[in-house]
Design a protein around this ligand. Sequence first.
Ligand code: XMP
Length: 329
Amino acid sequence: DWNMEDVLEEQIKHVRSMVGPDEHVICGLSGGVDSTVAAVLVHKAIGDRLHCLFVDNGLLRYQERERVMSSFRNELHLPVTCIDASENFLGKLKGVKDPERKRKIIGEEFIHVFEGFAPKVGEEVGRNPLFLVQGTLYPDVIESCPPPGSGRNHSHTIKSHHNVGGLPERMNLKLIEPLKLLFKDEVRRLGKFLNVPESFLKRHPFPGPGLAVRVLGDVTEGNALNILREVDEIFIQAIKDAGLYDSIWQAFAVFLPVRTVGVQGDQRTHANAVVLRAITSEDGMTADWYYFDHKFLIDVVSKICNQVRGVNRVCQDITSKPPATVEWE
Ligand code: XMP
């Protein structure tokens, strides 16, 4: 139970001792708590010799890119470049249905984008960056890899967009991990101390592969991603309006590549089904499904069916983990 003032002071000293006076550092921002707090800390230590990258992979949520970029720039004053790589990611994902292949493709694309970013920074500032910031936490350090053959990328092996295995070695970058000794709640306290807005500190976790693990099968088929974005936004807004956001560990919608028959007005429809999932959890390793009251569910389902074209059926996932995982892929 450390004093965050001391942690901050110590880490700033440490970063300054690692990074020479004309050396540069890059950092991938995912929009999540860990990478944001890590970047703000390093920025405090070395100023604009930090160069952050936010990648739009085409798998982000409703208006997410605009929202987080505006916060990074206007509220946190971080030097951040946004690269729109959505066409690359979606192009590579076209026709791919296997969940593990989807994850692998996304991981490789992130590496490509990063490998392009470092030399661009180098050109701009006259020398190549030598360091990479990662928002690794203490549990990531102590927990071992997922069991061999489990085939899943658990949150502690791929924590966020930039935390892609093998990247520092391949690019010859030294790691800066200022949160390495902290637990999640301590990162939140440190973030609060650094004036990181609540909107970052209290955000639900979001997986590195983004909406790709929430559109089952081929993510590029039809209008699936946009439909999912609209449904997800209505669901999350309703949760916030009801004051429930902070009591839920994670909530999101899933798009099913399944069409069912419905009736809207006096029209027969043949449209997609979506799933709502909300859970409580301590660490994501086990989870319980969250119980909404009837009124909340009635309102949110009617909003979704009335406002989102292409959806005529809404299901709720009432499976805990185990036996299910949190994500559907
Ligand atoms: P699962 O689906 O494994 O999810 O029960 C547990 C927690 O981890 C998140 N998750 C991921 N996070 N990269 C990430 O950064 C991933 O590949 C990934 N897969 C799952 C998931 O959202 C949940 O919070």
